[in-house]
Design a protein. Structure first.
Length: 171
């Protein structure tokens, strides 16, 4: 299997996690929503590293500096300027909550749900635009791009970015 095919599998799975994370966050299943959102972003980043470097060397969102460093000298290190660092910290906590049996100390989490959904939507849109895949010599259309083109309500509902709503004026 080529790296592009492996990457498209990761991105397909990431899209499912993204949709599920949005749904859970929107319906007050906050921790579960953050966990799946974290998983979605991690899979997108790993797919990008697979395409750029041929590998992603067991990187996870629990170590953000190492993950960011993996993008050094790829031309894509700029992606981390498009995301709120506090959102990355939240995703890192989401990773840790996936493996709750490894949590030694009491952990708490608090966030504004709509703000997290807005950051998630924006970062997924940025990442998906940067993923350029070819399958059998033809440009691959990701599930996200297909959902955007079809005005899929699963991603358009409450999506500041796609609906072109300034997220700073909505409270």
């Amino acid at each position: 299997m080529t790296n592009d095919k492996k990457a498209i599998d990761l991105i397909t799975s990431a899209f499912d996690d993204y949709i599920s994370g949005r749904f859970l966050l929107s319906n007050n299943y906050s921790i579960n929503g953050v966990i799946l959102s974290s998983l979605a972003i991690e899979k997108y980043l790993k797919a990008m590293l697979l395409i750029l470097n041929g590998d992603f060397k067991k990187l996870h969102l629990d170590n953000i500096p190492k993950l960011i460093q993996a993008f050094d000298n790829t031309g894509y290190e700029v992606i981390f300027k498009y995301v709120d660092p506090r959102f990355l910290e939240l995703l890192s906590l989401g990773y840790k909550f996936r493996y709750y049996d490894n949590i030694k100390d009491k952990q708490t989490i608090g966030f504004a749900t709509n703000q997290v959904i807005a950051e998630l939507d924006y970062f997924i849109a940025v990442l998906d635009q940067l993923v350029l895949l070819n399958i059998d010599g033809k440009p691959a259309v990701t599930q996200y791009r297909r959902a955007v083109n079809e005005n899929d309500p699963r991603i358009y509902d409450n999506n500041f970015f796609l609906n072109k709503i300034d997220k700073t004026i909505v409270r």
